[in-house]
Design a protein around this ligand. Structure first.
Ligand code: PNS
Length: 167
């Protein structure tokens, strides 16, 4: 079975992510969306919340599952017998850093990186921008899955804060 990993922070998952997960799921037997546990980076949602939102979001895609990892992505790949990473490219501005990471991951462990071009409908979309717009009352409906919209609305009514990332 050809499994590919899609790593990221997903704080939170957006419809841009969902579009590329669906397309990756057409070319790999299985796609594992792996949420990075990064204790040095503050996040809006806890890892558990991000995983819950991802699970609800990918439920209709039969061959996509959610996991989390910490440390090096190539170690996760080695431990799970995964030979390919899949990432999205929204614009040329993504390319420099993505290429560096792809080359480093290949250098470290021979793990290949495949890139899926983002749907132009979502090329401007990022988790950071969604958080900023939502925080100041902007309408992000249509840009994030319903599971995320609901949590953003709940958060905006008083409970949303910044978390240190925990396992
Ligand atoms: O959604 P993000 O935060 O842009 O995703 C970045 C991520 C998680 C893909 C990247 O930071 C990563 O792979 N981190 C794991 C640590 C690692 O392997 N670093 C070396 C990369 S060459």
């Amino acid at each position: 079975m050809r499994t590919a990993v899609w790593p990221g922070s997903f704080d939170p998952v957006t419809n841009g992510h969902l579009d590329v997960f669906a397309r990756a799921s057409e070319i790999a037997d299985e796609v594992v969306v792996a949420v990075l546990i990064n204790k040095t980076k503050s996040s809006l949602f806890t890892v558990e919340e991000r995983i819950e939102m991802l699970e609800e979001t990918v439920a209709p895609l039969g061959n996509v599952r959610i996991d989390s990892f910490h440390g090096l992505l190539v170690d996760y790949c080695r431990d799970h017998g995964i030979k390919a990473i899949v990432k999205g490219l929204r614009a040329v501005s993504d390319f420099d850093y993505e290429l560096q990471m792809a080359q480093m991951n290949y250098r470290l462990a021979g793990v290949e990186t495949l890139f899926v071009s983002t749907n132009p409908l979502y090329s401007y979309l990022s988790s950071s921008l969604v958080k900023e717009v939502a925080r100041f009352g902007g309408d992000v409906s249509g840009l994030v899955p319903d599971a995320v919209l609901q949590r953003l609305h709940e958060g905006l009514s008083g409970t949303m804060g910044t978390h240190s990332t925990q396992a």
